[in-house]
Structure formats: structure tokens, C-alpha cells
Design a protein around this ligand. Structure first.
Ligand SMILES: C[S@@+](CC[C@H](N)C(=O)[O-])C[C@H]1O[C@@H](n2cnc3c(N)ncnc32)[C@H](O)[C@@H]1O
Length: 233
């Protein structure tokens, strides 16, 4: 009997070891340990948000170089339209939009110092229709269906979670709202980002490219105009 018990013990120990070194079960364990990327993940670098001197956005030539009046015509900023300036910086575009419309202009920023700067600027320039909004990295935190036109000027490449951000922005758009993006072709991590990547990401976020222009900075920057899929007039 003793002779029979020993081999049985060895057999049990061997099968225990075999179970735990089974390649399929260890693969399962590995798969569980690796977090699955969310559907909003991107496989490119983003630029570190600018936090320097705001005077760089106030170049006297900028209106002319960007043809900002033409940009606002295309985005139909007039009358009582509600506008959002995403990544407002010094408020350079915010104040121009606020002089064009009697509606509200939301200056969305993640930088509290810039928000304070824009508040003071709006008071100084007596533009009561400007409202500052301290947004989040992945959400402009604008009210649902509240905005007619958006400009994301030299900022999209800095948005850390662009797909989630644009999905959240989408919810704040009124029917037929226009979303403009001005940026420059490049890699993403040096304050530039390829136009094709922007189009692909906005498509994932539920937008459709409506128009495209090359007059900004004589074609050095691209100007893309999007509408939210299924939210056109
Ligand atoms: C390069 S500056 C451009 C400023 C302004 N649009 C202009 O061209 O005059 C980009 C700005 O976007 C802001 N920013 C970056 N990520 C943001 C986000 N997720 N939401 C809102 N603002 C953001 C930064 O704080 C910075 O002020």
C-alpha cells in the first residue's frame, strides 16, 4: 500500500505544476493584466500646452495673416450667434468674435492665469458678452446644445485627449453649428499636426469635413470646417 501512495503523491504534484505552467493559462493571465485601450485612444504625440507670455498672440500682422474676418464669415459669426473660442490664450480671437456678434462668446481655457487675463481684457474693452470657461483636458464643459460656431485656433495639437474632447464638444453644438480648426502640418509634438490626422480623429469623434481652405497665412496653415454628423440642419 505504501508503495502505491508515494507515486500517487508525485503524480498529483506533477499535474499541479503542469497546470500552472500551461501556456494558455499564463497567456490568459497576461491578457487580463494589460489594460485594454479605450476606443478614444490615439497613437500620436500631443504638444505640451503653451503656458508662456501671451504677447506672442498679439502680433499686429495677425489679423491680416490669418484673414480672420474671412474666417469669421465662413463660420457665419454675426447677428446673435453664440461662439466658442477653444484654447483662447490671450483672448485674441475671443474679442474679435465678441465685436461681431451680440450673442455670447465663450473663451474656453485650461489655464487659470489666461482666464484671469481674458476677464480683465473683456472688462477693459467693455465686451460684456464674453464669458470665460475653465475647461478640462478632455472636456470644454460647455452647456448642451448652446453653441453656433467654434474656432480651435492653433490649439488642437495640444488637446491631450482629442477624441473624448471633441465628442464632448459635439454635445454642446446647436443643430447646423460649424467647427473650424486652424493648424499647421507636422508631427503633433511640436505645436503642429498633420491635417489628415485631424480629419481622421474628428471623423472618429462623429464629425464630417464640410469645407477646407488654404488662404490662412498664405497656405502655411490649413483651415478645416466640420459639422457634427447627424446634427446638420
Ligand atoms: C498655442 S495657444 C493658442 C492660443 C489662441 N488660440 C491663439 O491662437 O491666439 C493654445 C492654448 O490652448 C490651451 N489649451 C490646451 N489644451 C486645452 C484644452 N484641452 N482645453 C482648452 N484649452 C486648451 C492652452 O492653455 C493655450 O492657451
Amino acid at each position: 500500500m505504501k508503495n502505491l501512495v508515494l507515486p500517487l503523491g508525485v503524480l498529483l504534484a506533477l499535474s499541479f505544476a503542469a497546470y500552472h505552467s500551461d501556456p494558455v493559462s499564463s497567456q490568459r493571465a497576461t491578457a487580463k493584466a494589460t489594460p485594454t485601450p479605450t476606443s478614444d485612444a490615439i497613437d500620436r504625440n500631443t504638444s505640451t500646452p503653451y503656458d508662456g507670455d501671451l504677447s506672442i498672440f498679439e502680433n499686429a500682422q495677425r489679423d491680416k495673416d490669418l484673414q480672420i474676418d474671412r474666417v469669421m464669415d465662413i463660420l457665419k459669426i454675426s447677428g446673435d450667434k453664440t461662439v466658442a473660442d477653444i484654447g483662447a490664450g490671450s483672448g485674441w480671437f475671443t474679442v474679435r468674435a465678441a465685436k461681431r456678434t451680440t450673442g455670447k462668446v465663450f473663451a474656453v481655457e485650461i489655464n487659470q492665469e489666461y482666464i484671469d487675463h481674458i476677464k480683465k481684457r473683456a472688462a477693459r474693452e467693455k465686451l460684456a458678452n464674453i464669458t470665460t470657461v475653465l475647461g478640462k483636458f478632455d472636456d470644454p464643459t460647455l452647456q448642451k446644445e448652446s453653441v453656433d460656431a467654434v474656432l480651435i485656433l492653433k490649439t488642437y495639437h495640444e488637446i491631450e485627449k482629442p477624441i473624448t474632447f471633441m465628442k464632448n464638444l459635439r454635445g454642446s453644438l446647436k443643430k447646423g453649428a460649424l467647427v473650424g480648426i486652424i493648424d499647421k502640418n507636422g508631427d503633433g509634438d511640436d505645436h503642429v499636426l498633420d491635417r489628415d490626422k485631424v480629419v481622421a480623429e474628428l471623423t472618429r469623434a462623429g464629425f464630417a469635413l464640410k469645407e477646407e481652405y488654404d488662404f490662412v497665412k498664405d497656405g502655411m496653415d490649413y483651415f478645416l470646417v466640420f459639422v457634427a454628423e447627424g446634427r446638420t440642419k
